[in-house]
Design a protein around this ligand. Structure first.
Ligand code: GAR
Length: 218
């Protein structure tokens, strides 16, 4: 993807959510106001927010910011493939340069990856390749790690296996080891929000290329 200068406009970003949407909020807060030049200080603009369910804080955050939303529920489609097709079309309608999975708890399908592969990023609450999947914080605690964190990566056809863009480190405290990981997850999310904004901003402003497993941001 080219950077801001070549593109001549902010990168269009569609964010997918399933829950509280605090990472989405960080992106909404960071995108900043429109400059006189028509640009945005961070080089990106959240143009739509999609979800796989209704009634979540993430959608409310988008609406409060005046960002268009859409909901695409698996259960309302005859098959997972049909759902994937509808989701792909719903996202494509907003012509994104980047798509961000920010707590979106669904695995997308072939059609979605064919359309958005190489410009679809995910934020994950563990230091990949350790602890992929939906219960990363709990799994890391159960394993007994002393250090964990978060990973922002491109999405490929595996579960949390795509090229890594950036990682943030969080120490596990003694008191974390006695609970199910809620406090630790909150500390990870503090780091994650800053990391995600930094990554989306850098990708948008500088552009990037992916060489094998390496992501190069000039
Ligand atoms: C984040 O920690 C994100 O990494 C995680 O859900 C949280 C969403 O928080 N995603 C996954 O676990 C995906 N496997 P938020 O809704 O407050 O942004």
């Amino acid at each position: 993807m080219p950077g801001s200068a070549e593109r001549g406009r902010p990168a269009r970003v569609v964010v997918l959510v399933s829950g509280s949407g605090t990472n989405l909020q960080a992106l909404l807060d960071a995108q900043g106001t429109v400059l006189e030049s028509g640009g945005r200080p961070q080089g990106f603009e959240v143009v739509a927010v999609g979800a796989d369910r209704d009634g979540i804080a993430g959608l409310e955050r988008a609406r409060r910011s005046g960002v268009p939303t859409f909901v695409c529920r698996v259960g309302e489609h005859p098959s997972r493939g049909e759902w994937d097709r509808t989701l792909t079309e719903a996202v494509a309608a907003h012509q994104p340069d980047l798509v961000v999975s920010a707590g979106f708890m669904k695995i997308v399908g072939k059609e979605f990856l064919a359309r958005f592969g190489g410009r679809f990023i995910n934020t994950h609450p563990a230091l990949l390749p350790s602890f992929p999947g939906a219960n990363a914080v709990r799994d890391a605690l159960a394993y007994g790690v002393r250090v964990t964190g978060c990973t922002v990566h491109f999405v490929d056809d595996g579960v949390d296996t795509g090229p890594i863009i950036a990682q943030g480190v969080v120490e596990v405290r003694e008191e974390d080891r006695a609970d199910q990981g809620a406090a630790l997850h909150e500390r990870i999310k503090e780091v994650e929000r800053v990391l995600l904004v930094d990554v989306v901003g850098r990708l948008a402003r500088h552009g990037y290329r992916i060489e094998g497993r390496k992501v190069m941001i000039p």
